[in-house]
Design a protein around this ligand. Sequence first.
Ligand code: 13P
Length: 258
Amino acid sequence: MARRPVIAGNWKMHNLQQDAIDLTNGVMQALKEEDKSALPEVIIAPTFTSLYAANKALKDCGCGKVRLAAQNCYFEEKGAFTGECSVQMLKDTGCEYIIIGHSERREYFGETDEMVNKKAKAILSNGLIPIICCGESLEQREAGVTDYHIASQITKALRDLSASDVAKSIIAYEPIWAIGTGKTCDSTEANRVISMIRNVVKGLYDANTADSIRILYGGSVKPETIKEQMAQSDIDGALVGGASLKADSFAAIVKGAM
Ligand code: 13P
């Protein structure tokens, strides 16, 4: 089955509202000449405070080439949860995707596998798509427990989800040691881990579900690395951090994935 590639830009904690508008417009300008049907699914994930502005810029352009994601959510619908944003609120702001379980959230904000699972359920039950992150630390890699750790993260994240929900979800494999370090994971090794993840999904569900789910690589993706990454059998796209903060480098990655 042909899986449509995905290139998602995680802006992390960068960009004030005007910067977000400028970057959104810059990305669309850089993709202006491209045929929409040939493009991968292109996603940008601004901070909460820039979602409204970025969504407005996307709507004003009206080209429908770029979609909006949030970087986090809370799993409850509403209530006394100071500082949190529900899936409904993010949907109301134009988000179609929500990144969950990013290693920075796990490391600095105590996000657990159980929370990732609750968030995935809340996202899917509201008709949005979760981008579920997983990845090992350098210590785990050196200790030889990479596959065990990733399989455990994925199994717990998907607990009690239906096959049809999993089939439309997105997973991002982001080795922590490759994030923001300039040290990209070797493409064949990233592909090996990603096909292992696909096998885990096959074991939990079935071959169809495993064939449908899109699995991205993230960690120092650059315009120079994307072609080789996309040439791998199981890598369906990229979750891009640093290189998504400039319109030209992000657009070059998008074009490299076509
Ligand atoms: P970098 O592309 O800056 O390494 O970040 C990757 C990432 O964490 C995307 O979510």
